[in-house]
Design a protein around this ligand. Structure first.
Ligand code: ADP
Ligand code: MG
Length: 375
């Protein structure tokens, strides 16, 4: 069978020009592809590393068609693009990722239902549309529980933890604005994630299990290999999900481990993921390399090798304020700065990765820097 194997010199169109688009473009260019990016922000990070930039809203149909006409393949860096528009693009252009995964996963309710139907283990959840539903959630899920908007949430945005009357009112306000789901709040022992790439020919390659710590619901650090023994089970869960949802390219499944050592699927990102950034320096292929290989129809590597254990720390605006004068003193930090023009305390501005044989010591040292206890 022949697939859409693209020769070098072919053009990859990327919808979305944030840091994920930028790192995709860097991998693509290394392999000799041309890159066109579409983004509404005139100063988006990918613009400066792409051959061509289309300045347009994500739902600008004429601009999306222009991207398609100028590209040999279309990919995307984020899931909140309009699934109907993506579907239309699939009828005219080469979009190997399709639109189905986006359609299912951009809605938290459908996402959880699909994962559960696939036979994987999800955190108990309920659909919430009224105050009565909220009360029922308290009875069925117990307190505290967490209310999340069905659409558009990221980095903890659009979530309320309900454990008091005040939070109940906040949740009421949230559901008045948007449809929501309620989810049992777990006592987390750990969070892990599994990054996977699937080729157009159906071949699959797994990255090593990643251990993640969030602070303020934003990823703070990732450690690889994870200090956790769920890797085999996590792969089984992902295989079940892959049977139910059609993926091509790199995607990541986020998991929770509760205090009973049980593994639950949290959510799925149908694109390269923040917890896979360490792979740029620590693995023989990065998650962006394998993504580009997949969407251009190249044969994927059979395995991903972790060349050295790694700690990846996100650099939010506040971390940059604290640490930017330190960077030139630490050659062991592989620093990535995304090139966003406006810096905000909790905005992801970059990340750094340190390769190490002493994970615990490196982790403690880095955390001390990020907490301002070291300089
Ligand atoms: P986002 O789309 O913003 O990443 P998530 O659902 O992944 O949303 O939530 C962000 C973080 O909030 C999680 O990584 C976890 O640390 C915490 N969290 C979310 N849901 C739960 C839950 N049910 N129990 C415990 N912690 C949770
Ligand atoms: Mg998440």
């Amino acid at each position: 069978m022949t697939y859409n194997k693209l020769k070098f010199g072919a053009t990859i169109g990327i919808i979305g020009g944030g840091q994920l688009g930028k790192m995709m473009a860097q991998s693509a260019q290394k392999m000799g592809y041309r890159v066109i990016v579409l983004d509404p922000d005139n100063a988006c990070p990918t613009q400066h590393v792409a051959h061509q930039f289309i300045h347009a809203a994500y739902d600008d149909e004429a601009a999306l068609n222009e991207l398609g006409e100028q590209s040999d393949v279309i990919t995307y860096e984020f899931e909140n693009i309009n699934a109907e528009q993506l579907k239309k693009l699939t009828t005219r252009f080469n979009v190997p990722q399709g639109y189905e995964a986006i359609q299912l996963l951009q809605d938290r309710l459908i996402e959880k239902q699909s994962i559960s139907k696939a036979g994987a283990h999800v955190v108990p959840f309920l659909q919430i549309t009224s105050e009565d539903d909220l009360k029922e959630a308290g009875q069925r899920l117990g307190y505290p529980f967490i209310v999340k908007t069905r659409f558009g949430g990221y980095d903890g945005k659009g979530q309320v933890l309900v454990n008091s009357d005040v939070a109940f009112d906040e949740a009421k306000t949230l559901i008045a604005q948007q449809e929501c789901v309620a989810e049992q709040y777990l006592n987390l022992k750990r969070e892990v994630s599994l990054t996977v790439t699937r080729g157009v020919d159906g071949s699959v390659v797994f990255f090593p299990l990643q251990e993640n710590e969030h602070r303020n619901q934003i990823l703070f650090k990732t450690i690889v290999p994870a200090r956790d023994d769920h890797e085999v089970f996590a792969r089984e869960e992902v295989k079940k999900i892959m049977k139910a949802i059609h993926f091509v390219g790199t995607f990541t499944v986020e998991f929770f481990v509760d205090d009973n050592h049980q593994l639950f699927v949290n959510e799925i990102a149908p694109r390269p993921h923040n917890s896979g950034h360490y792979s740029i320096e620590a693995c023989d292929y990065s998650q962006f390399d394998t993504h580009i290989m997949a969407v251009t129809g190249q044969t994927l590597p059979e395995n991903i090798e972790l060349l050295k254990p790694a700690v990846m720390m996100n650099l939010l605006g506040k971390d940059l304020d604290l640490l930017e004068d330190e960077f030139n003193l630490h050659p062991e930090w592989h620093v990535h700065i995304y090139g966003k023009t406006s810096r905000k305390p909790l905005r992801k501005m970059g990340h750094l990765t340190q390769l190490t044989e002493q994970i615990e010591a490196t982790e403690q040292n880095l955390v001390a820097y990020f907490e301002g206890r070291k300089s």
